[in-house]
Design a protein around this ligand. Structure first.
Ligand SMILES: [Zn+2]
Length: 76
């Protein structure tokens, strides 16, 4: 079995895919992208995502965040 691309993709195919990728990222960077406030610390975070500041999701600590400034490690 060969590994890797079997055929070089055409300009049209690449452009179509790249255009879709660009459109998606424009949406992600825009203000309309769903953002929510963390209920624990109040920081702005992505909706349905774990808070990257405190590591809380749905009122529970899901991940441990190691802060670089103080070197504190919070254990869940
Ligand atoms: Zn938070």
């Amino acid at each position: 079995m060969t590994i890797g691309p079997k055929k070089k993709i055409s300009k049209t195919k690449w452009n179509t895919r790249h255009a879709t990728w660009q459109r998606l990222n424009l949406v992600r960077m825009s203000d309309s992208y769903p953002v929510a406030k963390c209920k624990n610390c109040g920081a702005t975070k992505l909706a349905h995502h774990v808070c990257s500041v405190c590591g809380y999701y749905k009122g529970k600590q899901v991940i441990t965040i190691k802060s670089k400034s103080k070197g504190k490690v919070i254990d869940a």
